[in-house]
Every structure is written in C-alpha cells, then in structure tokens.
Design a protein around this ligand. Structure first.
Ligand code: KG4
Ligand code: ZN
Length: 391
C-alpha cells in the first residue's frame, strides 16, 4: 500500500507506516541496556527522489563501503528541466543494476545486507515510488527491515560522512533545488525550523537565472562557472529581506531583478558574453551575501558555533568561502560534504537510514512515498543510541 502525499501540517505517519520494532540487530541493545552499542549493520541506501539514481552501502562500523550515481541530466536537458514521468521510468531501468554494482564494488553479496533505506520524500511521487518499491521488494526477499528516509535529513547528515564531522548542536543551512531552510539541530530528528524561503529556493533561483542567461539545466554549477569570468561590481543586485529582522528568505524578487537586467541589456543591444558573466557574478554574489547574513544571524541568535551547509547549492565555492569568512569572525566552524555528496546521492540516505535503523526504526509493510513532508515532523532518535557525536 502507498502512504500518499499529504499536506503540510498534517500527521505524516500512522503507527503502521512508521514504527519502532525490535529487529534482530537491535536485540543486543535491548538485552544489555542503552549503554551498549548495537551490533554493526550493513545498510543499502537508495535515492530516487528526482533525477539522480543513487545507491550506496554504509557499514555502521566501517563507514561508507561503496556508492554509485546515475544522473539523468542528459535525458532531461532537452526539456530544460526534469520531466517526472521520464525520471520514474529511468529509475526503473537503472536502480537494480546500480544496486548490484554497488554491492559488488563493496565485495559483498545481497545476503550480507542487514537493512535497506530509501528516500520516502519529499520528491516526485512516481520517482519515490520506484525507490520504495525496489527497497521493499528487496527487503522482503532478503528478510531484512526497510525504512523510508527523509531526503532533506539525508542532505543534512551528509557532512557526517566526512572526516571531522560536526557534533550536535549546530545550525544547518539547507540549500537545494526545492528547499532553503535554516534549522537548529540538537540531534537526529531534533529540528527547530529557524527560517525558510517564502517563495523560490536558492537552487531554483540559480536554475532560473541560468535559463535567462541561455545556460543548460541544471543551472547552478553553470552560473557559478560563468560567474568566474565576471567583473565584480559591474552590477549590484539586491540582498532580499536582509534589511529587516528574521531568518526567512525570498528569492523571487531577485529573479525578477535578474530578468529586468537581462532584458535591459538585450534592449540596449549589449547582451554579450561578458555582460552575461557580469550578471551571473552579480546574481551569485547577491545569493551568497543574503545566505551569509542570515546564517550569521542564526549563529548569533542560537549561540551555536557550528554551521553545517548541505544540499546542492552547498557545493558552491563562493558560498563556502563567504560563510567561512563570516564564521571566522564569530570563531565558528563551517562543515560541508564533498561536492558529490552535496547534490543528491545514495550515501546520505544510507547514512541517515543507518542511524535510524540502529535505533530500531523501520517501515511497516507499506511503501512510504510523501511528496511534501516537513522535516520537523520527524521523530527524534533515542539520545543514548546515537553514535557518540554529542558534545
Ligand atoms: O540537493 P540537490 O541535488 O537536489 C534537490 O534536492 O533539489 O540540489 C540541486 C540544486 C539545483 O538547483 C542546482 O542548480 C543546485 O543545487 N546546484 C548549485 C551548484 N551545484 C548544484 N547551485 C549553485 N552552485 C553550485 N555549484
Ligand atoms: Zn536533494
């Protein structure tokens, strides 16, 4: 059965869809009490929320064993964006072979797998259903637990896969194609929303700006590359919502400002490659400044001295540099994943799923697919069963 997408604010899971049960691997924790670390688990992670098929194997003792990604970018590029039906069909074609490749790359067999984590949302419902169906079918055939994972929690925890991972608590800036959020994170599943975009996400603004500049999808990395050739301060774009208190964002006005600047350059007969690069740089600088100002406020407001950035836009070099410069002044530290784990990937889902499965969490018999899913409705995992990352 499918748990259909539900609107924000409603209860997302009933007890049968998302519950805690005692799995074989958890028995040692329950028998020996909370101070005992659970047995290691080998978790297969599956990401199919949008246009990338991502698979990874994460061992809770040894770390990430293998991962692979198939990007559908070439297929969608002709359409200037993701075509949901094409995305689902391609996940069907690629997912199982990719699982087998990752299992082989890790030197394992399917029988070694202790649990399967898949992205249950937010995302495109058809694409989510492919990952959920494959995960549940594999889990059923192998007799192992299966868990639907929140995509943005996956992004949020991706920096934990790097050396020197951040300890809790921290402030997280989540910047992807669909989300721009500032979150106070006190532990896995302990999320306080500090601010978010009231309209477009930062990644969406990058993608729309790319279209205006005649660049292909996905636009973010292309705008960033073009901005490298821009002359600083040829244009100055607004820093939306920074002149008033609060931690919310708005990027749709910046998008309109960019469009007006492009049209004015075209009307004046001066929409040259250099002008495009100058506009790209002005846009990128405005986004980076805006995000940096809000992150500084969030650090000051919470007293946290750790800032995690995650999601596709966190791969942006100018953003990383801007945030690091700001953080140095506050004696704070910035944490982020390697670029391939900033954008969608299976490793972050395997990691997030592994942490929750170690705490005994698993799906019922139903495939969970939730296109819209607020992250602060997730249940916290038990403090004592975390992986020792608390201060
Ligand atoms: O997290 P992600 O891979 O997928 C979603 O969950 O949405 O993020 C994709 C977004 C796209 O909007 C893409 O243009 C943007 O991240 N992006 C970047 C960069 N790399 C990816 N934006 C700015 N600079 C980059 N280097
Ligand atoms: Zn994503």
């Amino acid at each position: 059965m499918i748990a259909p997408g539900r609107c924000q604010g409603q209860c997302l899971f009933d007890e049968t869809a998302f519950r805690f049960r005692v799995s074989a691997k958890m028995r040692s924790v329950l028998i020996h009490g909370n101070l005992m670390r659970p047995d290691p688990m080998l978790i297969l992670g599956i990401e199919t929320s949008c246009d990338e098929t991502g698979v990874a194997l994460f061992d809770t003792d040894k770390g990430l064993l293998a991962h692979a990604l198939f990007s559908q970018i070439d297929m969608h590029a002709d359409y200037g964006g993701v075509v949901p039906e094409l995305a689902s069909r391609d996940h069907v074609r690629k997912l199982l072979p990719l699982c087998d490749q990752v299992i082989a790359d890790a030197g394992c067999t399917r029988k070694d797998i202790d649990g399967i984590a898949y992205t249950a949302g937010p995302g495109l419902v058809g694409a989510l259903m492919v990952g959920g169906s494959v995960a549940h079918a594999l889990g059923f055939s192998l007799g192992v637990p299966v868990l639907g994972v929140h995509h943005m929690e996956g992004h949020l925890l991706a920096p934990m896969l790097e050396d020197n991972p951040p300890a809790f608590p921290f402030v997280a800036l989540l910047v992807s194609g669909g989300h721009t959020q500032l979150v106070r994170v006190d532990g896995i599943g302990e999320y306080e929303m500090l601010g978010e975009s009231v309209d477009d996400a930062a990644g969406e603004a990058f993608d729309k700006t790319a279209k205006m500049l005649g660049l292909d999808y996905p636009g973010g990395p292309r705008v960033a590359a073009l901005a490298e050739k821009g002359v600083p301060d040829r244009y100055r774009f607004p820093r939306p919502m920074t002149d008033r208190p609060g931690l919310d964002f708005s990027f749709s006005g910046l998008k309109t400002y960019t469009l007006n600047t492009v049209n004015a350059a075209i009307d004046a007969g001066g929409f040259s490659e250099q002008v495009k690069a100058d506009i790209a740089l002005a846009f990128e600088a405005a986004v980076v400044d805006t995000l940096t100002i809000k992150c500084r406020r969030a650090l000051e407001q919470t007293g946290c001295r750790r800032l995690v950035i995650a999601g596709g836009v966190s791969a942006n070099k100018r953003l990383r540099a801007g945030l690091e410069k700001m953080a140095r002044k506050l004696k704070a530290h910035v944490f982020y994943a390697r670029p391939e784990f900033c954008t969608d990937n299976g490793a972050m889902i395997a990691y997030a799923g592994a942490q929750r499965m170690l705490a005994g969490q698993q799906d019922g018999e139903r495939i969970v697919a939730v296109p819209r899913w607020p992250m602060n409705t997730l249940p916290p995992i038990n403090e004592a069963r975390r992986t020792g990352l608390v201060d």
